[in-house]
Design a protein around this ligand. Structure first.
Ligand code: ADP
Ligand code: ASP
Ligand code: MG
Length: 411
């Protein structure tokens, strides 16, 4: 008898009919003899709807109150699913994050799980109940409701699986696994049988939102067997594995990630003297703005142009801070661009193959796509390009690295 944590995402519980379907599925597993803990998201669109409501009161809602509000979405789905299970004769009980006691820090809207009390859940499982837990939410040491950031139910699922030492954490969603890239953008994308935690972490960090970044971090840290599956179609899904050996058959590149979440800022004509990078980025970091990619170019006149990217939500703030710095340093100007996108190729195979980056640049050159910034690590190469070329770039790279499904090439 296995202990399985099953997480169902927003579209999988998007209507009452779907919740009934999920209940059927859980019932089958339960009848197979497994102990089941289910984690559910809010019905699809509900979290967005709640955030929109809050924004009608204030453009930047008070984080604590926003958590009180957005956590309600998941409270609805746990109750509906528990009802649907009980209706089918399956013993079930639902719990909010607070009731389980998913203890988090107090960073509202992006809290981190610190500890999970597994006692209550274990007692329920022992009594033969299916336990249905609200994803995305927890409680801090002062009893305040917290949430874990968008997509956070994945992390609840994995964290519960780690705390309960579950045999597997199954993430059920609206695609049948992790693909070489978002199958909604590239129809030729292929499902991967396996991907390493390391690669999945890069994919998630670089924009593939099929799993929340923290859920992958958690799974890697606690070695939780993690699988992504379709909620309503049979299939093996994708296993996220620790073992690189198992992925040896995979090509150099496992996948292509992309995002439109960033914006670019350039400060031009700064005197090229020691400490200038710190003078530019110090105030940005003091304003709590995270910087992603950085490029610095030195001109003939001993000045430098310094470019970096930030999250689009931080763009205006960053621009304000940079204007101030430009004044202080006597820089020529500050320019910004929000119409950029970042495309990344990811794969552990890169470690043992030279020339991967140049193959990427060649593929983009063939499509006359200009590369504005580049950053590399051991298992990824990222470029910033004009946003309007994003889909073209992803498709071209998918083909160049021979990731297209064999029977769908050139579709
Ligand atoms: P859920 O609501 O179940 O949590 P999400 O919308 O968060 O579902 O994640 C599933 C979506 O992730 C898919 O519909 C797909 O469009 C997107 N996605 C992005 N990149 C990938 C990828 N590499 N493989 C599979 N899906 C991906
Ligand atoms: N409902 C939350 C969101 O939309 C959490 C989740 O779905 O994982 O972000
Ligand atoms: Mg999700």
């Amino acid at each position: 008898m296995a202990l399985i944590v099953q997480k169902f995402g927003g579209t999988s519980v998007g209507t009452v009919e779907r919740i009934e379907q999920v209940a059927e599925k859980v019932k089958k597993f339960r009848e197979g003899g497994d102990d089941i803990v289910v984690v559910v998201s809010a019905m699809s669109g509900e979290t967005n709807r709640l955030i929109e409501l809050a924004k009608q009161i204030s453009e930047q809602p008070v984080p604590r109150e926003l958590d009180v509000m957005v956590s309600t979405g998941e409270q609805v789905t746990i109750a509906l699913l528990a009802m649907a299970l009980i209706k089918r004769g399956v013993q079930a009980v639902s719990y909010t994050g607070n009731q389980v006691r998913i203890l988090t820090d107090s960073a509202h809207n992006k809290a981190r799980i610190l500890q999970i009390d597994d006692q209550k859940i274990r007692a329920d499982l022992k009594a033969g109940r299916v336990v249905v837990v609200a994803g995305f939410q927890g409680v801090d040491e002062h009893g305040n409701i917290t949430t874990l950031g968008r997509g956070g139910s994945d992390t609840t699922g994995v964290a519960l699986a780690a705390a309960l030492k579950a045999d597997e954490c199954q993430i059920y969603t609206d695609v049948d696994g992790v693909y070489t890239t978002d199958p909604r953008v590239v129809p030729q994308a292929q499902r991967l049988d396996k991907i390493t935690f390391e690669e999945m972490l890069e994919m998630a960090s670089l924009g593939s939102k099929v799993l929340q970044i923290r859920s992958v971090e958690f799974a890697g840290k606690y070695n939780v067997p993690l699988r992504v599956l379709h909620s309503f179609q049979e299939g093996p899904g994708t296993l996220i594995t620790l073992d690189e050996e198992e992925s040896m058959e995979q090509p150099i590149i496992s996948g292509i990630a992309f995002n439109r979440d960033e914006a670019k800022l350039t400060i031009r004509g700064v005197p090229d003297i020691p400490g200038v990078a710190f003078k530019i980025l110090g105030p940005i970091s003091a304003a709590n703005i995270e910087v992603d990619m950085i490029v610095q170019n030195v001109a003939h006149d001993n000045t430098t142009d310094f470019t970096f990217t930030v999250h689009r939500n931080d763009y205006q703030n960053a621009q304000r801070v940079l204007e101030q710095t430009a004044n202080e340093l006597g820089a020529r100007e500050v320019i910004g661009d929000t119409k950029i996108a970042k495309v990344s190729i990811v794969g552990v195979g890169m470690r043992s193959h030279a020339g991967v980056a140049s193959r990427m640049f060649e593929a983009l050159a063939k499509e006359t796509i200009n590369i504005q910034m580049i950053s590399t690590s051991e298992i990824k190469v990222s470029v910033v390009i004009e946003e309007k070329y994003l889909e073209l770039a992803v498709r071209a790279l998918h083909t160049a690295f021979e990731l297209d499904a064999p029977n769908r090439q050139g579709e």
